[in-house]
Design a binder for this molecule. Structure first.
Ligand code: KG4
Ligand code: ZN
Length: 338
């Protein structure tokens, strides 16, 4: 069979990425151009991000075609992420994708960025088949999403306030550590005792699959003001491990319980917090007791990239779910069909 290639674009935040993959989830090329220009400002400047996407997207596309030794005439569809994200940044990717789709008379497949993070798993684990439960854990999202087919899903649990990644970041700030806090706490916690302090775990009821992290932030702040300043030097790994445990324990318990109760054989981790080593280990161990298998993308595919956008576009492309050229970007949060 002649392979069908999808040319995919990702520009929702500060990484411009262009990828080409076939409809069997084989990645031919996946190029990412990040934007170090934001570092001196201590955060992402949205207007600068859009302008830098504009500067990089054409060069990156030409490079992707060169490396893959493919021509535009070999491409069967154009895929692009259109929400959630920085509006100006998303517009650059969508406008570029639309122009290509129109000029080449190719179908345009639009993709939700969170859905793309979930489908990053399918690139390296081709055995994944629905039904599966996705745990979406990033700086802005904490969701449990049950997939009955590759194109139909429902959100079965979500955070009522802060996201898991946000909790890592806010705690790191309270502890005077850098940003983003997740990887720093993850590293420190490797040498710490997770039972040093028991911070609260919200919504422990067995029939509640939602999450809440705002109380944890307050508990940590209250605990810190009552400590001697030296404790931050002496016990930092223990504090980090205790905080980390309070964030990940509800994620592990609730995802495994839902999968058990609904006889779902696979749990897929997705988003930046899916890189957390303790989360990966604990959810894998806990799920294994019930014959449930856990997947997570390698670190390269955990970060924003266009290969995951192309992967999420495959099922939509195969069922002919194309977007009209009038489609627009949106900042609506959450895992959605677009
Ligand atoms: O999905 P993502 O790259 O971006 C958005 O939220 O847009 O996720 C970023 C989040 C940050 O909150 C960061 O602290 C967290 O993922 N993160 C981690 C780890 N690596 C990144 N959290 C815990 N452990 C990690 N190893
Ligand atoms: Zn992302």
């Amino acid at each position: 069979m002649i392979p069908q290639y999808i040319l995919a674009f990702e520009s929702s935040c500060d990484d411009t990425s262009v990828a080409i993959l076939d409809t069997e989830y084989n990645v031919i090329v996946n190029l990412i151009s990040s934007q170090p220009e934001h570092i001196e400002f201590g955060g992402i400047l949205p207007e600068m991000a859009s302008r830098l996407h504009l500067r990089h997207i054409l060069t990156l596309t030409k490079k992707a075609l060169d490396i893959s030794e493919l021509n535009l005439s070999d491409i069967s569809a154009i895929a692009v992420s259109i929400n959630p994200g920085l509006i100006g940044s998303l517009i650059v990717g969508l406008a570029f994708a639309k122009s290509l789709a129109w000029s080449l008379s190719l179908p345009l497949v639009t993709v939700n960025h969170m859905l793309a993070h979930i489908f990053a798993n399918c690139i390296e684990h081709k055995e994944i088949k629905p039904p599966f439960l996705a745990m979406v854990v990033s700086g802005g999202h904490t969701e449990l999403v049950q997939f009955d087919t590759l194109v139909s899903f429902q959100i079965v649990g979500k955070t009522l306030d802060d996201a898991a990644g946000e909790s890592f970041d806010k705690t790191a700030k309270l502890l005077g550590l850098g940003f983003p806090g997740g990887p720093i706490i993850d590293d420190l916690a490797k040498n710490g005792n997770p039972d040093f302090i028991r911070f609260p775990r919200a919504l422990p009821q067995k029939d509640n699959f939602n999450f809440s992290y705002s109380g944890l932030k307050t508990a940590i702040r209250t605990w810190l003001v009552n400590q001697k300043p030296e404790i931050l030097n002496d016990k930092l790994p223990d504090i980090a491990a205790s905080v980390q445990q309070a964030i990940i324990e509800p994620l592990v318990n609730k995802s495994v319980l839902w999968a058990r109760q609904h006889k779902i054989p696979y749990i897929l981790l997705a988003g930046g917090v899916a890189a957390n080593s303790a989360l990966r280990k604990q959810v894998t161990q806990s799920a294994a007791k019930y014959g449930i298998k856990v997947f997570y993308p390698s670190t390269a595919f955990c970060m924003d990239n266009a290969a995951m956008v192309g992967a999420a576009a495959i099922p939509k492309f195969l069922v002919g779910d194309y977007a009209p050229l009038t489609v627009n970007v949106s900042s609506k949060k959450g895992t959605r069909t677009v």
